[in-house]
Design a binder for this molecule. Structure first.
Ligand code: HEM
Length: 381
């Protein structure tokens, strides 16, 4: 998409695509503005008026505006404090090592399937405090929730909606049971933290906690998988940069991960709905219009990043927008960074030398907003 972005930034950084009836925003300053200007741009993208008909995601943190968002966010922040993060480190390390133990370096390794895909699911399952044996169901559920229709036919869309509704129902029933159990016997997990959380004089209802668990499953899995896979992609694309990382992994990795986030952003775009008639530069946006903020393009904007097209692991500061900006800034960013750092570090400790396999083919995920690889075969040297 990157050459298309470049052309759009040059020719029409804010434009209306009449075919979709939506606005696209490509330059750094405007993307940042759309994400920050919560007064003008709403995160409530649902066409359904009645809350009763909305899915748990449509009712969750990522889809609501202030003042409700402010209250809920300050409650769930309590589950993502630096202290909580520190406690997760050894758990994430154990999971990464366990996955590496199961890899046979003599054969080609599909790093997506064997490493970057299972890792975040296992981490989130543990953080939510759900039994290990439920993990395969977790994967199936999270696949359905993030799936798109096979094609644009009404039949494919209907089938997907049916499957998603069934999935939401199963998730709901599942988490209801878990939440009840945790209320009786709290543990060292997010759900137990949230059951006891109080902020701005409020607590979370059981329904809200269930919705939040489902959001974590959706928001935290595929995104983190793609960050880890995209790091392997960049490292094999620029072997001379990877040499630098090998020499001092601990020192270079955190900045290198930021550069992967900028250069190959796992989430390329987020959308908003205009609350009222608004001017964005010269563009006249009307109330109710959909506005797509292309972070993947903003992150390559030469006006903001010197040599934006260069993968430079020394870039500092690196104010990329890969985790969004403003009040909806990714809640899980510290966890995603931790997972990526530990995964890559543990991998490099065992397999510092590897290359793209001879039967490597570049197979991007079929999605406009998500950027990653379906499969990535490596050969350990
Ligand atoms: C929000 C990206 C990992 C939980 C967001 C947003 C972005 C994003 C762009 C902003 C959405 C908006 O402005 O509308 C990413 C990327 C990740 C990642 C690139 C991995 C590399 C995670 C993880 C979790 C998580 C691991 C949790 C375990 C959330 C939540 C929100 C969010 C709860 C909503 C925050 C709010 O609306 O206040 N993420 N995310 N994310 N993310 Fe992440």
């Amino acid at each position: 998409p990157f050459s298309w972005y470049e052309q759009m930034r040059k020719e029409s950084p804010v434009r209306k695509d009449e075919k979709r009836g939506a606005w696209d925003v490509f330059d750094y300053q405007s993307v940042k503005y759309v994400l920050e200007a919560k007064e003008f741009f709403s995160s409530n993208r649902s066409k359904k008026q009645d809350d009763q008909q909305k899915s748990p995601i449509e009712l969750s943190l990522i889809s609501i505006d202030p003042p409700k968002h402010t209250q809920m966010r300050s409650l769930v922040n309590k589950a993502f404090t630096p202290k909580v993060m520190k406690a997760w480190r050894p758990r994430v390390e154990r999971i990464a090592k366990q996955l590496l133990d199961n890899i046979d370096p003599a054969a080609d390794i599909d790093v997506v399937k064997q490493f970057s895909y299972p890792l975040p699911v296992m981490v989130i399952a543990e953080i939510l405090g759900v039994p290990l044996q439920d993990q395969s169901r977790f994967k199936e559920w999270s696949n359905w929730v993030v799936a798109g229709p096979k094609d644009n036919s009404p039949e494919a869309i209907r089938l997907l909606e049916e499957n998603q509704q069934r999935t939401y129902h199963e998730l709901y029933v599942y988490f209801k049971e878990i939440v009840r159990n945790k209320r009786e016997t709290p543990g060292e997990d997010i759900i137990s933290v949230l059951l006891g959380a109080k902020a701005l004089g409020a607590v979370l209802t059981e329904e809200e906690i269930i919705g939040f668990c489902i959001l974590l499953l959706v928001a935290g899995n595929e995104t983190t998988t793609n960050l880890i896979s995209n790091a392997f992609y960049c490292f094999t694309e620029f072997p001379e940069v990877f040499e630098e990382i090998i020499k001092d992994t601990e020192g270079t990795l955190p900045l290198a991960i930021e550069e992967v986030l900028r250069y190959r952003s796992p989430v390329q775009a987020m959308s908003r709905v205009a609350k009222e008639d608004t001017l964005l530069g010269e563009a006249r946006i009307k109330a109710g219009d959909i506005v797509v903020a292309w972070m993947g393009s903003a992150n390559r904007d030469e006006q903001q990043f010197k040599d934006a097209g260069r993968f430079n692991i020394k870039r500092k500061p690196n104010p990329h927008l890969a985790f969004g900006k403003g009040i909806h800034f990714c809640l899980g960013a510290p966890l995603a960074r931790l997972e990526a750092e530990i995964a890559l570090q543990e991998w490099i400790k065992r397999y510092p030398a590897f290359k793209r396999s001879d039967d490597f083919t570049l197979e991007p995920i079929q999605s406009t907003f998500v950027y990653g690889l379906k499969e990535f075969k490596l050969t350990v040297l």
